[in-house]
Design a protein around this ligand. Structure first.
Ligand code: SF4
Length: 740
């Protein structure tokens, strides 16, 4: 049989054509008829089949006794989980139960919708997610500038003539917060129509290889470069507000904030020659269609908030905002901005702070960098139980070893996960949901962040077995039971809700099925039944002619009408950001001190086409070939340390050390080393045999949980100070040093 659907492994939403025979996937190829991806797929698409058939994938609930796992029934697993969470909440209060949502949660609309409801029922402030090791600063900038945390601008790359990229590698990621499958072709198209692509990055990335120009940047100094770009725009009278002239306020204060941060002043700290920066700013400012884009490298460092805000502000004041080829907004079929507005959930920041370190919350979540200390540190509201969904924070959050040790001490942990991995090995109970091909799919989040408006619904390929549960059913099962416990304990207002949920959530096709919610959201969305000729609903998307997806057209101008700020204006003199400028100025001197310390190198990550955080490493097809968990080092740094190509080196930071093979290359600038994250599968007690055979080391055994952006709370993962020396450690040494 032939099936058409979207790949949900990353943000690109590529259309795939999957051939099946019986219950087996026999091939996965790009779907040429998909209006968005037009046949493009990356090598990871095959992992959809590999993970589906993976003998290591968990299919029934497990309970741990010591280091031994036993299968138990769903009834038993859900009852016990709810009872233990309830007991801990009763004894220590709701904040003693933490929750962590991994990146795949957002790629699964049922899980996404139900995790939001579950969080309401949990009533805990100890909530964390992959957001704070990723895109949080962009969401914060959106909240502060436009009044809604998910009203995020997207570069209109298919119509731009000048594309400036900071700390992003879209040729490998296929766009991040900018879903754009086939990014290499899109970059080639910009250049073919006479446009320019310029990359600022401490590494000559795969994107930089395709670009017109690559500028090396000292890790962590991007905010200085961006401030200097803004300074040039003001100093050279390149401010153009166009149709937003009446909607933008605060220009004078903004000008003052950057007045002294000239390209010449920041050059020693950033490594970017002043004349280079001035030339690029002029070219950007004078291009009719230009856009500035920043991603992980400028989000996960100590000025992530400032960087993301500056990027949007520069696009706004230079006239490259809300117009063709600039930073624009989608009009998705399911409009989460609209929904959040109706539900009065536009987002918030710094309503409360973390217990131990006092870091501000964002959208009700605390930074993942605080999770280990909230578990470790005794006192009221200490986390004693944890629920994880589709996450492996031991490998994906800073100072993973500290978290690893903390998880082992929890009174109770439950993991909703398909693998027994470095994190879930600490769980007392694992509740494994279905995998992608066993449930339907609609990209709630990423249609809203794409470079073109499209909509696509993918029915399930395979029916789930009778003894399997979807993620949303697991959340519903736990919610029902928790509410029943609460009701029995006298929380009267939960009685009615508990009864309702227990009646309805057992009916798998009842109105609680997320497809019903999706249908409603499509009906009331911007392309819904009464809104446009498309008249989108679930039934429309299920029509045969729409099985490859529906094209809803290019991004369109929508400002200032869509602004959700109180005064319907954009304040570019955002107080919380301007208050961060003294810290930015102080970083000028700090950067030069690090420069002078010849021993210290700055560690950055790197995204790889065949890897997706930690969870695609059990696909033989994706991990075969040469070891990809290598440290890339500049020849001058290698010579200084007498390190040769391929040699194993010991990398040390404040929090730990790992040993990895070295690749010597001018791909990274002097003073910088690069290690991919998501590896480190040497810890005992996991059950993913392919990954264990290709363990690598975890970059997050080096990243420091104490280093965060104090404004956004995002972890500082890019530019971590390390030392590197020759080593001869082997895998056994690593195994012995890993927490049990
Ligand atoms: S880029 Fe690869 S992993 Fe991402 S959606 Fe496309 S095929 Fe899937």
């Amino acid at each position: 049989m032939t099936h058409f659907r979207s790949c949900n492994l990353c943000e690109a939403m590529c259309g795939v054509r999957i051939e099946t025979e019986g219950d087996r996937v026999v091939s996965i190829r790009g779907d040429e008829a998909d209006p968005f991806s037009r046949g493009y797929i990356c090598p990871k698409a095959t992992a959809l089949g590999d993970i589906h058939h993976d003998p290591d994938r968990l299919r029934r609930p497990l309970r741990r006794s010591g280091s031994t796992w036993h299968e138990i029934s769903w009834q038993e697993a859900l009852d016990e989980t709810a009872a233990r969470i309830h007991r801990i909440r009763s004894e220590h209060g709701p904040h003693a139960v933490g929750m962590y949502l991994g990146n795949p949660t957002v790629h699964n609309y049922g899980a996404l919708l139900y995790s939001v409801l579950f969080a309401k029922v949990l009533r805990s402030r100890s909530r964390f997610s992959a957001t704070s090791v990723d895109q949080l600063p962009k969401m914060l900038a959106s909240l502060l500038l436009y009044g809604h945390q998910v009203m995020m601008s997207v570069p209109d790359i298919d119509r731009t003539d000048c594309f400036l990229i900071f700390g992003g590698n879209p040729a490998v990621s296929n766009g991040s917060l900018m879903s754009a499958p086939g990014m290499k072709h899109r970059i080639a198209a910009i250049r073919a129509r006479g446009g320019r692509v310029i990359v600022f990055d401490p590494r000559r990335t795969e994107t930089a290889e395709l670009a017109d120009e690559h500028v090396f940047v000292r890790p962590g100094s991007d905010a200085l470069i961006l401030a200097a770009m803004l300074q040039v725009l003001f100093a050279e009278d390149q401010i153009r507000l166009g149709h937003l002239a009446q909607a933008v306020t605060g220009l004078d204060a903004l000008r003052e904030a950057v007045r002294d941060l000239t390209p010449e002043r920041v050059a020693p700290a950033t490594g970017v020659p002043a004349e280079t920066l001035r030339r690029i700013v002029r070219s950007y400012a004078q291009s009719e269609r230009a856009v500035l884009y920043g991603r992980l490298g400028v989000s996960t460092h100590h000025f992530g908030g400032l960087c993301n805000w500056l990027i949007d502000v520069i696009n706004i004041v230079s006239g490259h905002f809300d117009r063709k080829g600039g930073a624009m907004f989608t009009s998705p079929a399911v409009d989460l901005v609209q929904l959040g507005t109706w539900l009065d959930q536009k987002g918030h920041h710094d309503k409360f702070r973390s217990r131990v370190r006092g870091i501000p919350e964002f959208g009700g979540e605390l930074p993942a960098a605080c999770m280990a200390e909230e578990i470790d540190t005794p006192g009221e509201k200490q986390i004693r139980a944890l629920i994880t969904h589709a996450g492996n924070p031991v490998l994906s959050t800073p100072n993973g070893s500290r978290l690893d040790a903390g998880l082992a001490r929890l009174d109770f942990m439950v993991a909703i996960d398909i693998y027994l991995n470095e994190t879930t090995r600490h769980a007392h109970i694992i509740l494994p949901p279905t995998f992608a091909l066993e449930h339907d799919h609609y990209d709630l989040a990423f249609h809203a962040l794409a470079v073109r408006n499209t909509a696509k619904y993918s029915p399930a390929l395979f029916a789930k077995a009778a003894d399997q549960r979807h993620d949303w059913q697991i959340f519903a099962g736990l919610m029902t039971r928790l509410l029943q416990h609460d009701a029995q304990s006298g929380r009267a207002k939960d009685v009615v809700l508990a009864r309702l949920l227990s009646l309805l959530s057992d009916k798998e096709q009842g109105w609680l099925d997320p497809a019903r919610a999706l249908d409603l959201l499509l009906h009331i969305g911007p392309h819904g039944l009464r809104r446009t000729q498309k008249r989108l609903s679930l039934a429309t998307l299920l029509r045969d002619e729409n099985r490859h997806g529906v094209d809803l057209g290019p991004l369109e101008r929508c400002m200032p009408a869509r602004l959700l700020t109180r005064d319907k204006r954009i304040d570019v003199a955002t107080p919380v950001m301007l208050a961060d400028f003294p810290r930015l100025r102080a970083s000028l001197a700090a950067a030069q001190q690090v420069e002078a310390d010849a021993k210290t190198l700055l560690l950055i990550g790197r995204r790889q086409l065949r890897s997706n955080n930690s969870w695609c490493h059990n696909s033989e097809r994706l991990v075969k070939g040469p070891d990809r968990c290598t440290l890339i080092m500049n020849p001058s740094d290698a010579t200084q340390r007498s390190i040769s190509e391929g040699e194993r080196v010991r990398i040390r930071s404040r929090v730990g050390e790992v040993v990895a093979p070295v690749v010597i290359s001018t791909e990274v600038m002097p003073g910088v080393v690069s290690l991919p994250h998501g590896f480190g599968h040497h810890r005992p007690g996991t059950r993913w045999r392919v990954a264990e055979a290709h363990p690598g080391v975890s970059a997050n055994d080096l990243t420091d949980d104490l280093l965060v952006d104090p404004v956004a709370g995002t972890a500082h993962l890019s530019g971590v100070p390390v030392t590197v020396e020759r080593a001869a450690a082997d895998l056994d040494t690593l195994r012995q040093s890993a927490p049990q």
